[in-house]
Design a protein around this ligand. Structure first.
Ligand code: ADP
Ligand code: MG
Length: 359
């Protein structure tokens, strides 16, 4: 018997809590440390937002169907998303890259072309990084710095009871895009001459390969003078993110299945694969939409905003976190997230599942 505890016993969030629970912040300039989409630092009038994300080949992306240019774009977009989730504006990134000698200069040029395109789109400067070699695959680590006025910053833990729960865009599409890519990859592996069939599924593919961060939503909040009471970006699926807001804010929630925005292509792909589209929205991940709470008085303003859906309301913590299904049943939400360290996947489950981890 080993004396060591397997990572799978804690899961991703448990592990972070375990390793960081004794941290004592030493600097008054650290307004918010671990525990939100970005840290908040106090350097004068503007507050600085900092967030970092790592993408590993074989875990987060599969180069057999991910063009390097798209990967560069996505690497920036997912980082920018964490700053928008604080209601801030991303300004700079640093990029640390590990690559093996299997990569060519041209390949990395493609990666950078995508990266620069996203930087231009979101108004971000690449200001530094590090380059090193890797014996296995490619590893991308990006740190993003953003800014916000103190009164504009929106945290995860400040939602109140009896408020609206809203999401931007639609959910589950990126996950369905991934399932489609994985299916076509298997077909291709079975028959080298097979051509992938993506007709009618362009939208879900784009959601997987070239996601956007919701800069436009944060801009609209500013224009319309809306300040969400709490906000998070949806990287791990709606259920997991709602649970973060509820747990951290000490409240419960009730959302309605019929209100969850799901695109037609997501429904169609789910049906084709015998999956439930709602489950994909709840636990799929990689949507990079914004989930936020707002006072009831904002109902008219929010429903008038294009691309915003009101999906439910918050309630007392004692009432729990529930979804009312289309047929009127209630179902307790569980923060499934993606268990990075689950022992079944470590033992080598399908490529499908592996590629979905740590989203
Ligand atoms: P997100 O899904 O928004 O990227 P995560 O779930 O990865 O956020 O992280 C939650 C919080 O824990 C963040 O504040 C993040 O900075 C922090 N965090 C994650 N991993 C570590 C780590 N290994 N050490 C310290 N802090 C961490
Ligand atoms: Mg986040």
């Amino acid at each position: 018997m080993s004396n060591y505890t397997e990572l799978s016993t804690l899961g991703e969030f448990g592990l972070i809590d375990h390793l960081t629970k004794t941290i004592r912040l030493q600097n008054p300039s650290t307004l918010k440390g671990i525990g939100d989409d970005a840290a908040v630092l106090d350097y004068g009038n503007k507050k600085i937002l900092v967030s970092t994300d790592m993408l590993i080949q074989g875990i987060h992306f599969d180069l057999t169907y991910t063009p390097l240019k798209h990967l560069g774009y996505k690497s920036v977009a997912v980082n920018a998303s964490d700053i928008y989730a604080m209601n801030g504006i991303p300004k700079q990134i640093t990029l640390s890259l590990a690559v093996s000698n299997h990569f060519s200069v041209e390949g990395l040029e493609e990666f950078y072309a995508g990266l620069y395109l996203a930087c231009e789109k979101y108004g971000i400067d690449l200001v530094g990084g590090d380059t090193t070699s890797s014996k296995t695959g490619m590893c991308i680590s990006i740190t993003v710095l953003g800014e916000a006025d103190e009164q504009d910053i929106v945290y995860r833990n400040t939602a109140k009871e009896n408020q609206l729960i809203c999401v931007s865009g639609d959910l589950g599409a990126a996950y369905m895009g991934l399932q489609l890519l994985e299916r076509e990859k298997l077909v291709f592996q079975g028959d080298e001459n097979a051509q992938p069939d993506f007709a009618g599924y362009e939208y879900i593919l784009e959601r997987q390969l070239k996601p956007e961060a919701r800069k436009d939503i944060v801009q609209q909040f500013k224009e319309k003078n809306i300040l969400p009471t709490a906000m998070i970006d949806i990287s791990d699926g709606l259920a997991s993110e709602i649970m973060h807001i509820c747990k951290d804010s000490g409240i419960g929630c009730n959302i309605y299945e019929e209100k969850i925005p799901i695109d037609y292509q997501t429904f169609k792909m789910a049906e084709e694969l015998n999956m439930n589209a709602t489950v994909c929205a709840l636990s799929g991940g990689e949507d990079y939409e914004l989930l936020f709470t707002a006072p009831l008085e904002h109902y008219d303003l929010l429903t008038a905003m294009p691309g915003i859906s009101v999906i439910g309301h918050t309630c007392k913590a004692s009432e729990g976190c529930y979804m009312t299904t289309r047929d009127g049943n209630t179902f307790e939400l569980k923060a499934q997230g993606w268990q990075n360290f689950s022992s079944t996947t470590a033992a080598g489950e399908s490529e499908n599942k592996k590629a979905k981890e740590d989203r």
